[in-house]
Ligand binder design. Structure first.
Ligand code: 3PG
Ligand code: MG
Length: 399
């Protein structure tokens, strides 16, 4: 792999040069207040931005936030992120109220050496995510005009074939930022020759999202522990009744087939916490998986499952975890996710937490981030990396 790095760019000297940085500042926002609920992704890009500021570059940062539909939509403005980024950098961030329009042009033109600008949400422009090469290319031309060099530090978006990720690096001298390098270095340990036992924990709501990675991981892992909403489709595949729990009916046969082929590597919950409703104050109890009442739904894994999964994790030398074990945002259904997270921190293993949600869970539950080997900023991106897929953002840097 021949990717040039931020250090190569710094060695050339960037003082007075405009450096366009693609970051993934897609942070979770409070639905009511719009406040940033987890700034992990902003913090993760600070090493790259700090190095460029210190070297005297004019730093032009761009990012997406949420999934606006190719036109401005105030609820997805990066304005609040500019404020938080400025606080963390200890210097104001000049915010452009459009992405490639008049505001962006004047903001970039007015930057002094060592100053930072943030452009408004890339996805306010249809060209960013367009499947049409010409439309994407035209938008990439406009973005590329803001830089003399390009740094990709948006690991969470490297699996997207979007203008800022895929087409801009074809137009400018390009390097990988510190975050992208670290993520690839860590994940390549998992796909290479991980120290064994290698135990993977998967959760989250949808089996269909995780199918490809389960297929790819089965031959490689020693144990695959499955919790979260997706476990109910597997339990159904074992012939159990799952009440009103999340169920992907069209995936039941696929799950049965995976279980049959897994050679006993897949471990499923033995008990679950069932509730009357999907609500923080719903009445709830712990039941065995063969005793889920027909009118109740599972919202967390139970204590015996946590104990069993923890025992498997305590043996591990390498751990990858993606996806919460239950609805951890509601305290009544957070014990499973907390228990598994704690077991991972206690294991004498190299541990990687993949994904927006699991990373946010670690911080929301107040766990010590430093007791994990690595907390990835990429959910979809880390899964696609482990699937062995070519990632457009990484491929673009290799050229
Ligand atoms: C993420 O949150 O997974 C990344 O920021 C990518 O966002 P996307 O899934 O909307 O492309
Ligand atoms: Mg995503």
């Amino acid at each position: 792999m021949s990717i040039r790095t931020l250090d190569d760019l710094l060695a050339e000297g960037v003082s007075g040069r405009r450096v366009l940085v693609r970051a993934d500042l897609n942070v979770p926002l409070d639905k009511q207040t719009g406040a940033i609920t987890d700034d992990g992704r902003i913090r993760a890009v600070l090493p790259t931005l700090g190095a460029l500021v210190e070297a005297g570059a004019k730093v032009v940062v761009c990012s997406h936030l949420g999934r606006p539909k190719g036109a401005p939509d105030p609820q997805f403005s990066l304005g609040p992120v500019a404020g938080r980024l400025g606080e963390l950098l200890g210097a104001p961030v000049h915010f452009a109220t459009d992405t490639v329009g008049d505001s962006a042009r004047s903001t970039v033109a007015d930057l002094a050496d060592g100053q930072v600008a943030l452009l408004e949400n890339l996805r306010f422009n249809a060209g960013e995510t367009s499947k049409d090469e010409a439309e994407r290319g035209a938008f990439a031309d406009q973005l590329a005009a803001f830089g003399d060099a390009y740094v990709d530090d948006a690991f969470g978006a490297v699996h997207r074939k979007h203008a800022s990720v895929f087409d801009v690096p074809a137009r400018l001298p390009h390097v990988a930022g510190r975050l992208v390098l670290r993520e690839v270095e860590v994940l390549s340990k998992l796909t290479g020759d991980p120290e064994r036992p290698y135990v993977v924990v998967l959760g989250g709501s949808k089996v269909s999202d995780k199918l490809a990675v389960i297929e790819a991981l089965l031959p490689t892992v020693d144990r695959l522990l499955i919790g979260g909403g997706m476990c109910f489709t597997f339990l159904k595949a074992q012939g159990l009744e799952v009440g009103t729990s999340l169920l992907e009916k069209d995936m039941v046969d696929t799950c049965r087939n995976l279980l049959e082929r897994s050679g006993g590597k897949i471990m499923l919950p033995v008990d679950v916490v069932v509730a009357d409703a999907f609500a923080p104050d719903a009445a709830h109890d712990t039941v065995r998986v063969d005793g889920i009442p027909s009118h109740r739904l599972g919202l967390d894994v139970g204590p015996e499952t946590v104990a069993g999964f923890s025992a498997a994790l305590s043996q591990a030398k390498t751990i990858f975890w993606n996806g919460p074990m239950g609805v951890f945002e509601m305290p009544a259904f957070a014990a499973g996710t907390r228990g598994i997270a704690e077991a991972i921190t206690k294991a004498d293993a190299f541990s990687v937490v993949g994904g927006g949600d699991s990373a946010a869970a670690v911080r929301a539950l107040g766990l010590d981030e430093s007791s994990f080997g690595h907390i990835s900023t990429g959910g979809g991106a880390s899964l696609e990396y482990l699937e062995g897929k070519a990632l457009p953002g990484i491929a673009a840097l290799e050229n």
